[in-house]
Design a protein around this ligand. Structure first.
Ligand SMILES: Cc1ncc(COP(=O)(O)O)c(C=O)c1O
Length: 305
């Protein structure tokens, strides 16, 4: 990880090395914390945060769902992220990680009296699945882990505890020689990757599962929106694992993964086994937008000045 100079912690900028916490921090033991992953891209006008408002709103929604009372408003949290990016020096693109967690002072499952702490870190981070993966694509395995059931966990919330499932699915996929895992829901339909949403293309139609068994994804929403500009038909409906096998193209989307082509699922080559034409055109359009080269989507960017 490329360290920056400061981390924003409970209202103040502190040195990166000083942003520490006690071993009896409540969240460390029981996993109740809300977090976000946000990207800021280098543009001609300096760093621009992509869809800051939507991510910060989702952070507060996650807090609400898990009954964490965040001591900051959406505006304060947005300003904190801007303040942090201004205070640090970055040459490349940046990944921002706000975390609202339960701190030190209370132990046991009853968290109602635990203090709430907020930290925001931001560091330079390139392509999550590797720079090459954006062009050459990745090999994916259907996971033996079922995506967290909505009967027992709250999927609209981006909360730490939900990610044990993602971690184990990712671990299994990597150990088996794949790059990423695809999780099915508890009815056997395609849900999402360990940290991404999935799209397939069949007969020039772009298809992605609904977000009832996946995180309500900001990149997925962006891709569905921009596909229309490229006159691509978009359908949000359930898909099955074998439908991915016979798709013409497939790709993952996410703040970290951006738009990453999928070459194969469970050894079945998808389409030509290379990045497809529609995937490439969506990628090119997406990167223009995040780099501030598309007037129509300037409102998705927050510049620092
Ligand atoms: C499990 C999961 N699904 C989907 C996504 C994609 O969401 P977004 O596009 O909002 O980053 C993420 C990333 O945050 C994720 O962790």
């Amino acid at each position: 990880m490329k360290e920056a100079q400061f981390i924003w912690k409970d209202g103040k900028l502190v040195n990166w090395a000083d942003a520490t916490t006690h071993v009896l921090t409540h969240t460390l033991h029981y996993g109740n914390a809300a977090f976000e992953g946000i990207r800021a891209y280098q543009t001609k006008k300096g760093l621009a945060i992509f869809r800051l408002q939507e991510h910060t709103k989702r952070l507060l929604n996650s807090c609400k769902i898990t009954a964490i009372s965040c001591p900051y408003t959406q505006e304060e949290l947005q300003n904190a992220q801007i303040e942090l990016l201004k205070a640090n020096t970055y040459k490349g693109d940046v990944y921002i990680r706000p975390l609202v967690y339960l701190g030190y002072g209370v132990m046991g499952i009853d968290f109602r009296k635990a203090p709430v702490n907020v930290a925001i870190a931001a560091w330079e981070w390139g392509a999550y699945l590797g720079e090459d993966a954006l062009k050459t694509g990745i090999k994916v395995k259907t996971s033996s882990f079922v995506r967290n059931s909505i009967k027992s966990i709250m999927g609209k919330a981006k909360i730490s505890a939900n990610y044990l499932n993602s971690q184990l699915a990712k671990y299994e996929a990597l150990e088996c020689g794949f790059h990423e895992a695809l999780l099915l829901d508890d009815n056997g339909f395609v849900a999402e990757g360990s940290g991404e949403c999935i799209f397939i293309i069949r007969d020039n139609k772009l298809i992605t599962p609904p977000s009832d068994n996946a995180l309500e994804s900001i990149t997925q929403a962006t891709v569905m929106e921009i596909a229309k500009d490229l006159n691509i038909n978009v359908v949000q409906r359930r898909i099955t694992r074998d439908e991915v096998y016979i798709a013409d193209e497939a790709f993952f989307t996410g703040t970290a993964a951006e738009i990453t082509p999928i070459n194969s699922l469970d050894f079945r080559v998808i389409g030509t086994g290379k990045r497809g034409k529609i995937t490439q055109s969506l990628q090119e359009y997406f990167f223009k937008i995040v780099r501030g080269e598309c007037e129509k989507y300037e409102h998705y960017l927050t510049y620092l000045h």
